[in-house]
Design a protein around this ligand. Structure first.
Ligand SMILES: Cc1ncc(COP(=O)(O)O)c(C=O)c1O
Length: 382
């Protein structure tokens, strides 16, 4: 019998459930493992290739995402880079235009120079995605909800389209986490995560993961993992597994706080737009409600007065920390144009609607009244 997701999460990283085995995952620091004879390998041989603490985390991730196997990496970017190495010269990649700046940089500066043709498309428009695909399309790259504008794409429709053209559908599920959205169940082939965000949840690990459910793809990704060697330490794997144990509770609170904050922001003077899929006026509110269990912990809003006013608001916050990243227990605030999306050219950014006055918040687990009070005083800036 398969357990429900909260149960799987609570047992994250469990090495074994046999009598006498530890309940909390041991951190197995050994780089190497004794062999019976030269060339004869038991379950583990060398920790770049496999390690008990890492294996336990990978098993949990595969189960959480309904995949057959998972491979973890030393960062989300390393995981994405590994997935993109499934492409080769002459292949076409179709990716969503509204995307994390680091993914844009990775694709433009490391993947395109490999001879991969790249098309950036607004994936809210499935017909536009189909029109952009050629006989050489090998991969659709979807980030949903997007960073920073929280647009939501139809994973099922895009996966069906990819499949009909013989392409892989890859979903960056960092913002939603498997608690809110399980892309493999909707037809996607590969899920990538920055585990530096919600999965770990405590802003103290940089790590990434890929989960797949076709043996051929999984085998290739695991080969890239051990041959490329961008693996996380056993200690980081332990911390991520520990974080996952409370993921269901944390996500519930992140979602509640974000919904309340988004509604409240919509009533504040000087706020000209609020982007949150849980708001009825969000263009994909209905799709988000259908596709996801809840609407997530990220909110973006735009202030009148552009760059200078956004900078002033960020200069006045006291409880929110002005910092990169997201998904931790503490609330963070940032200005995408100068921070997470600085590596995207201004004209590309603005064409996506990422204007200078946009502020992005990762809503943490604090008392919502304290978060509102902090933003209220920051928004009073003349
Ligand atoms: C949606 C998304 N994917 C991937 C990444 C990259 O992850 P990492 O910073 O762990 O390399 C980030 C980082 O912010 C992100 O927001």
């Amino acid at each position: 019998m398969g357990y429900r997701i909260a149960t799987i999460a609570a047992h994250a990283g469990r090495v074994s459930d046999q009598p006498g085995q530890p309940v909390a995952s041991p951190i197995s620091l050994s780089t190497t493992f004794v062999q019976g004879a030269p060339g004869e390998y038991d379950e583990h041989a060398y920790s770049r290739v496999g390690n008990p603490t890492r294996d336990a985390l990978e098993r949990t991730l595969a189960t959480l995402e309904s995949g057959s196997s998972a491979a973890v990496f030393s960062s989300g970017c390393a995981a994405m880079h590994a997935a993109l190495q499934l492409l080769g010269p002459g292949d076409q990649l179709v990716a969503c235009g509204d995307i994390y700046g680091g993914t844009y940089r990775l694709i433009e500066q490391l993947v395109r120079p490999m001879g991969v043709e790249v098309a950036w498309v607004d994936m809210c428009d499935v017909a536009a995605v189909e029109a952009a695909m050629t006989g050489r399309t090998k991969m659709l790259w979807i980030e949903t909800p997007t960073n920073p504008l929280l647009r939501v794409f139809d994973i099922e429709a895009l996966s069906t389209l990819a499949q009909s053209q013989g392409a892989l559908c890859v979903v960056d599920n960092t913002f939603a986490t498997p608690l809110l959205q399980r892309p493999l169940e909707l037809g996607a082939d590969v899920v990538v995560h920055s585990m530096s965000k919600y999965l770990n949840g405590h802003s103290d690990v940089v790590a990434g993961a890929i989960i797949a459910n076709a043996d051929e793809v999984s085998d290739r990704l695991r080969f890239i993992q051990r041959a490329g060697g961008a693996v996380p330490s056993p200690f980081d794997c332990y911390l991520v597994a520990r974080g996952i144990k409370t993921l269901p509770l944390r996500m519930t609170r992140h979602c509640e706080n974000a919904q309340t904050l988004a509604e409240w922001l919509g009533e504040q003077d000087g706020v000209v737009a609020v982007h949150y899929p849980g708001l009825e006026q969000h263009p994909e509110h209905e799709l988000a409600a259908r596709q996801r269990g809840a609407f997530g912990g990220m909110v973006a809003f735009e202030v009148a007065g552009g760059l200078e006013r956004a900078r002033a608001v960020l200069g006045r916050v006291r409880l929110f920390s002005l910092a990169e990243s997201l998904g931790g227990v503490e609330s963070l605030i940032g200005q995408p144009a100068l921070m997470s999306h600085a590596s995207m050219p201004k004209e590309v950014r603005e064409a996506q609607g990422i204007r200078d006055g946009l502020i992005r918040v990762s809503v943490g687990l604090e008392a919502i009244e304290d978060l509102q009070q902090d933003l209220a005083q920051a928004l009073l800036t003349p």
